[in-house]
Design a protein around this ligand. Sequence first.
Ligand SMILES: [Zn+2]
Length: 356
Amino acid sequence: MPKHTKLTHWREDVPLATKVMAVGVAPFATRLEGNVDGTPVWSWVFTENRKEGFHDYSVGLKPLEFYSRLIGPYPYEKLANVQSKTIFGGLENASCIFYSENSVTGKGNAENLMAHEIAHQWFGNSVSENDWHHIWLSEGFATYLTAVYQEKTYGKEKFDEVMKSARNQVLGFSSGSPKPVVDTTVTDLMKLLNPNSYQKGAWVLHMLRRELGDDLFWKGMRLYYESFRNKNALTNDLQKIMERVSKKDLGKFFNQWLFVAGQPDLKITTGPGETKGDTDLIIEQTQDYLFSFDIELQIKDLNGSFIIKIPVSDRITIKTLNSRSILEIKADPNINLLFRIDHDKWFTGYKNENKE
Ligand SMILES: [Zn+2]
């Protein structure tokens, strides 16, 4: 062998998807940050960024520990968080995550990015979609788990803010000519890296969590990981697991949110009820395909404020309220539904004409 060369063999005992195999070579400064259940967590940063890089990447232990408890054992022998020249913000290579070089700032800005890429070790890498068109099984999962990590770390308010912002991105993307999340017509695969795969995928999981409740939802997520660890899966595999744990038929749920374009576009108005003193709430689905969902409305009248949950599946749903003076209606106060509301005809203050 010529001088100044080095031959390295790397052996990985766990099967890896080729999309998350990578080799990077550079002079690195490395530091062992600690370990989670015996998994060592390393920071690898450019030598000139040693101080800031170690500071920023040390947070990598936290999401690893959080997801290990929430989902199941981490799938690989180690985790290295690596500063690199990737063109992406981060690239979730199995057990050796590459982050863009400017992820290192010394200001600790990399936490959410790291939480996203680390979530991929479970979903995207270990459980990997069997077809690119189902890439929401990677990106929607990583996006939602990052939001849940933020919920755990920074509280419900932060979580609501993240989900609202994700909803706005989905609505922005779906205005014009909406496409389904699983869009098999896409041939330029890079185009699948869009808000449908990331933010809408996250919203589908969020609504599924609300539909099933926390216990069953997380039980389903754990079983899905356990069943497809080191394997490939499609959307239907997830549906079957979730149906098994919940004993519910989720066919309509999965179809409408993942295989149909768009979302409920609602117009909510009020009018006098048949009985004097009542008010009718009229909820209209204005998009073509009719969705089935529950919507919560927070109603403020002269007696105070209350929340009602209304199941909607028809074109028009009418709910009669025994209230004379509705002052304000807020749709989805707890951020549980992906929908658009017609703001032009919407109101926050309404004076019932029946008012005596
Ligand atoms: Zn990702």
